[in-house]
Design a binder for this molecule. Structure first.
Ligand code: SAH
Length: 217
């Protein structure tokens, strides 16, 4: 593996993203522009563009840039898409989706994380993101259906309410499997109410939980 510590998003994309199997020009263009450092706590800023997940407090992490790119590309977000994101976390993935889609509805279970993400996203000028604090396994009923759904925390079962809130011709991506190293990204497509599932990449995500009582930081 090539070890490096890029200093800006363009370098990060060149070294870690476009040199691998990420080819969608829209995904690459957006990732070159979003300042990941703004979504990373100050003490980890020196590593903001390295290809790793980093702690964001409350036992949660900002996802690895390559995995963010991979999920975004697999989801094939269109300019007309209405997107549901479960697990706002730092807001970094939210920013990328919001540059590609029409609107992003993001749900986070830990209020302080969502407040911090919202203030960063507001400061970057995003106007097409809508926030809700609560259990994202339930989706966002009032806003359904969604053309695209992305879940950035892992669960054994794929939450049924999310499948119900997926529009026809919609796509959803979710890490699924036991905790630890046995999770995979699953891409689900819906056509005429038929669901198709594809196993993509082995990954390691924090769990999709039922309550947001994380540790104090
Ligand atoms: N995409 C985010 C990933 C954050 S980690 C980023 O790159 O920053 C996953 C997030 O999912 C955490 O913030 C965690 O609090 C949140 N989460 C876990 N279970 C949840 C649930 N049931 N509903 C909504 N958010 C949840």
């Amino acid at each position: 593996m090539y070890h490096s510590n890029p200093k800006n998003p363009a370098e990060m994309v060149a070294v870690q993203i476009s040199s691998r199997d990420i080819v969608d020009p829209r995904v690459l263009r957006v990732m070159r522009k979003i300042p990941r450092e703004k979504f990373v706590p100050e003490k980890h800023r020196a590593l903001a563009y390295s290809d790793q997940a980093l702690p964001i407090g409350k036992d949660q992490t900002i996802s690895q840039p390559y995995v963010v790119a991979f999920m975004t590309q697999a989801l094939a977000v269109q300019a007309s898409s209405k997107v549901l994101e479960v697990g706002t976390g730092s807001g970094y993935q939210t920013a990328i989706l919001a540059r590609l889609a029409r609107t992003v509805y993001t749900v986070e279970i830990i209020p302080s994380l969502q407040e911090r993400a919202k203030s960063v996203l507001d400061s970057l000028g995003f106007k097409n993101i809508f926030y809700k604090c609560g259990d994202g396994r339930l989706g966002w009923h009032e806003q359904a259906p969604f053309d695209r759904i992305i879940v950035t925390a892992a669960s054994r079962e794929i939450p049924k309410m999310l499948l119900d809130q997926l529009a026809d011709n919609g796509k959803m991506i979710i890490p699924s499997g036991k905790q630890g190293w046995s999770q995979n990204l699953i891409l689900i497509s819906k056509h005429h109410n038929q669901l198709k599932r594809e196993k993509l990449l082995p990954v390691r995500f924090v769990p999709l939980v039922k309550t947001g009582k994380g540790k104090q930081t």
